[in-house]
Design a protein around this ligand. Structure first.
Ligand code: DQA
Length: 147
């Protein structure tokens, strides 16, 4: 069984009511439940850590070095600011995919830069909740390539 850790950064716990035109109407709980079902069809389990605190996300990445085969991360606005999260991700050897519900490249200039981009395998953005389905597919393909 493949184990994937999904990480949700600041303000993603407000999904459902947070700017639905950009982020969709699904709550984070709905989204993760849907992803778990999809993963189950691929012999894959999802664990999920959601936090508004940078350090908690960093510690979840450290723990994932022992407990997860791959990471899917939506770091929220920490994507644009956090060198510490970038350094933590660099320590994780398995496949890593950055995911965004919206398309940051088409939004305000401060969202155009990702501190994480250079240490992940790739990123998927702009498809609302479906970005996560595509990210799951991406990490499974990366794992298959490495096997
Ligand atoms: C986001 C994009 C970020 O710029 C923003 O700060 C978020 C959500 C997304 O999923 O589209 O919190 O990561």
């Amino acid at each position: 069984v493949t184990r994937i850790l999904v990480l949700s950064g600041p303000n993603l716990d407000q999904l459902g009511t947070r700017d639905p035109a950009l982020y969709g109407t699904e709550t984070l709980g709905d989204l993760i439940a849907r992803l778990e079902k999809l993963a189950a069809t691929r012999q894959t389990t999802i664990s999920h850590t959601s936090s508004n605190f940078e350090g908690e996300l960093i510690e979840a990445i450290h723990a994932a070095r022992q407990s997860a085969d791959a990471l899917i991360i939506n770091a929220g606005a920490l994507t644009h600011t956090s060198w510490a999260l970038r350094d933590a991700l660099e320590l994780f050897d398995g496949p890593k995919v950055e995911v965004h519900l919206s398309n940051p490249a088409g939004r305000e200039p401060f969202r155009h830069v990702s501190t994480l981009a250079a240490v992940v395998d790739g990123s998927i953005a702009g498809f609302k909740g479906a970005s996560y389905d595509l990210a799951l597919e991406a990490v499974l393909r990366l794992l298959a390539e490495r096997a």
